[in-house]
Ligand binder design. Structure first.
Ligand code: NAD
Length: 488
């Protein structure tokens, strides 16, 4: 086949400033063609051990640099990634299946911004000080980097989410060992090629590629890695929590969601419909913040459904490298099967599939017939207890249901194990505040979606995670605080 006659891209681990080959490799697929196109190191304990040692060795020098010195290197790295933005975007799209447009406008610009943002924010932190005049004491806090940070990231926004961890970790003076998803490792490897030019000392950033079970777990279990920042599924987070417990590691866990959109009858549908379409289907619905339960107030329910389905049908699914395409391929064959099965289960339970999977036909270009594609799918008449309304599907599937009162919808929106993000659509300011206060959700967007100020906390409650990330929160996570008392 084509895949075997063409030279495969072969990645190598990046340890102590050197690319090092691995003894075994994993095949990596192009989701839009179904071909193997890349081989990723299948690292294990040995590789992780070497990377942790390199990071430990680099820690004394890196942690003693001033924030300004570290900031300059982060800014230089941002410039270098930005200079190669198109190459990074092409690679991310090919590796992940996302559209080239999304990679160009969201993934890679955000990766660049992550470095610039923390390069700047690290210069502006202040610590606390209190006085106890009666006993002649002042107290102050001092913050220091923790050591070697283990960073584990998922496949949906590969470089975006990995750099959201790398940037604050190293800005604070830690050294790192990162383990990207085995399904999307290419852009992390490309970034490693720029580190020397950015002036990054050897051993500050180490990347080991491989599976969660082998490489990931070796990192989580390593006694010299005192903190783990993880983004991924709730089930993996449970395993990481168990495995790290004997070492009392500091954990930051960014997990899944089952995010509601609540549309009141006074919502501006001309804004709400296009945004809810994006919030449901952007990046093939493979964003932890994607909407998958749309609650619409009864008075506008049928109008909403009619317009939402009509707009969904206009979304073009196809070759992700075509800039006019709205949706690319899902990450893997197994994931596509899993997402399709949810639609089948809904149907079996008596729900109605209004458009998409199993209802409309999907026409793919000749080269993409074996890719992992499906149409954006809207499900109605589905019960709140259904697995489609309770479990994270993480694909282009969204459910639309009707509600009557504010009281009722808050309870139903909160009636899942997750609590990551919610959107509220209404022009009533009082209602927007009331509902936002009562939703069990780390993020609430009203009359918009995915507008982020990196200064403010990001993260979920309940099964959506532990801890927050952001300017102040990441600084707190990636440093150890000490309270010092001076008597004069
Ligand atoms: P996953 O949990 O399967 O994998 C995430 C990472 O963990 C990968 O690098 C994987 O190799 C690694 N891993 C797997 N098992 C491990 C183990 N035992 N020990 C150590 N590492 C291990 O998740 P995924 O399928 O890659 O990503 C999708 C999930 O991520 C979804 O649930 C999504 O909601 C979530 N997510 C959350 C956020 C957020 O910020 N809250 C952002 C994006 C994605």
């Amino acid at each position: 086949t084509m895949a075997h006659s063409k030279a495969l891209l072969v990645l190598e681990n990046f340890i102590a400033g050197e690319f090092v080959p691995c003894s075994s490799y994993i095949d990596c697929y192009n989701p839009s063609t179904g071909d193997v196109y890349c081989r990723v190191p299948d690292s294990g304990k040995e590789e992780v051990e070497a990377a942790v040692r390199a990071a430990k060795d680099a820690f004394p020098i890196w942690s003693s640099k001033t924030p300004l010195e570290r900031s300059r290197i982060l800014n230089k790295l941002a410039d270098l990634i930005e200079h190669d933005l198109e190459a990074f975007a092409q690679a991310e799209s090919k590796d992940q299946g996302k559209t080239i447009t999304f990679a160009r406008t969201v993934d890679i610009p955000r990766a660049v911004h992550n470095f610039r943002f923390f390069a700047s924010s690290i210069l502006h932190h202040t610590t606390e000080c209190t006085e106890m005049a009666s006993v002649g004491c002042v107290h102050y806090t001092s913050r220091a980097p923790v050591g070697v940070a283990g960073l584990i990231s998922p496949w949906n926004l590969p470089l975006y989410l990995l750099t959201w961890k790398i940037a604050p970790a190293i800005a604070c003076g830690n050294t790192i060992v990162a383990k990207p998803s085995e399904m999307t490792s290419v852009t992390a490897w490309m970034m490693c090629k720029l580190l020397e030019k950015a002036g990054m000392p050897r051993g500050v950033v180490n990347v080991v590629f491989g599976t969660g079970a082998k490489a990931g777990e070796a990192l989580v279990c390593h006694p010299d890695v005192p903190l783990i920042s993880f983004t991924g599924s709730t089930i993996t987070a449970q395993r990481i929590t168990e495995k790290s417990a004997p070492h009392c590691k500091k954990l930051s866990l960014e997990l899944g969601g089952k995010n509601p959109a609540i549309v009141f009858d006074d919502a501006d549908l001309s804004q709400c419909i296009p945004t809810t379409l994006r919030s449901s289907f952007a990046n093939q619905g493979e964003i932890c913040l994607c909407t998958s339960r749309i609650f619409v107030q009864r008075g506008i329910y049928s109008e909403f459904v009619k317009r939402f389905v009509a707009e969904t049908k206009k979304w073009k699914v196809g070759n992700p490298s075509n800039p006019t395409v709205d949706m690319g391929a899902l990450i893997s064959k197994e994931h596509l099967e899993k997402v399709r099965n949810y639609v089948k289960k809904a149907q079996a339970e008596g729900a109605r599939i209004l458009c998409g999977e199993g209802v409309d036909s999907l026409d793919l270009p000749a080269g993409n017939q074996k890719g992992y594609f499906m149409l954006p799918t809207v499900i109605a008449e589905v019960k709140d207890e259904s697995c489609c309304m309770q479990e994270e599907i993480f694909g282009p599937v969204t459910c639309v249901v009707a509600f009557d009162t504010e009281e009722e919808v808050v309870e139903r929106a909160n009636g899942v194990k997750y609590g990551l993000a919610a959107t509220v659509w209404s022009s009533n300011v009082g209602r927007v505040h009331r509902v936002a206060q009562r939703l069990q959700s780390g993020l609430v967007w009203t009359n918009c979606w995915l507008v982020r100020d990196l200064n403010l906390p990001f993260g979920g409650m309940k099964a959506s995670g532990i801890g927050r990330e952001g300017a102040k929160d990441s600084y707190e996570f990636f440093t150890e605080v000490k309270t010092i008392t001076i008597k004069h």
